[in-house]
Design a protein around this ligand. Sequence first.
Ligand code: RIB
Ligand code: NA
Length: 292
Amino acid sequence: MVKIVVVGSASMDLVVTSSKRPGAGETVLGESFKTVPGGKGANQAVAAARLGAEVTMIGCVGDDHYGEIIIRNLEENGVCTSFMKPVTHMESGTAHIVLAEGDNSIVVVKGANDLVTPSYVQQALHPIHEADMVLIQQEIPEETVEYVSQVCHTSGVPLLLNPAPARKVSQEVIARASYLTPNEHETEILFPGLTTEEALKQYPNKLFITVGKQGVRYHDGTREMTVPAYPVKAVDTTGAGDTFNAAFAVALAEGKSIAASLRFANRAASLSVMKFGAQGGMPTRQEVEESL
Ligand code: RIB
Ligand code: NA
């Protein structure tokens, strides 16, 4: 079993489905409302655990009802929660999601995820030092991404930075990360002034740009490659990126080649969109292998 540590957000997703997305100043009638566990960090932790990794999550929730549900859900999925702290005077993070017209729109309120600070992570260095791979995203403070990249770099632990949602990332962090997995929009924010082709060429086997239904683009040192996604009928694409990142990290940590890891990750992500909820369709190891 490979050891994966996720440093990141854990939230409740408040999901409304509607046939129409409201415009500014407009009110529409929706069809359903559901509350399901989400947050990019927790999603990646659950996905990695279902794929057979030994996963520890480092994060914060509020000492509210959502916080209890979030932690219980991680435990039910086999994620170690010894470093998940319920904090007082702060609500759990929430994501306000509208599923309409075949796509989602999301407003994230960070809440307790903002308390995943460098000094908080400093109390949880042991699992990081022991990890085969650390996964991090950007729903926690920028300083924490900075700090974790330093810790991983000095201790020789590979770090996968999923730079989502989009925000600027320092040159140091880009240099220290082993793998970067932005989508096209995040790529523009990460590498202003560079075309996608230039960015890929500059970071061979390190920069992996996800291009939705088309798959993933990267440069293998010789030429640019695209690993196609698997066409499926999507019910809910929320969390597909998280499933991709977790599966990619697990496969790489297991020593699979980049090409094989990307195929595995694309397969896992395609299965994840076939059910409602960020974590709803996240496949088990067996489900991915049967479909490869
Ligand atoms: O990546 C998907 C996640 O992003 C959702 O679960 C939601 O919490 C948002 O933060
Ligand atoms: Na899903």
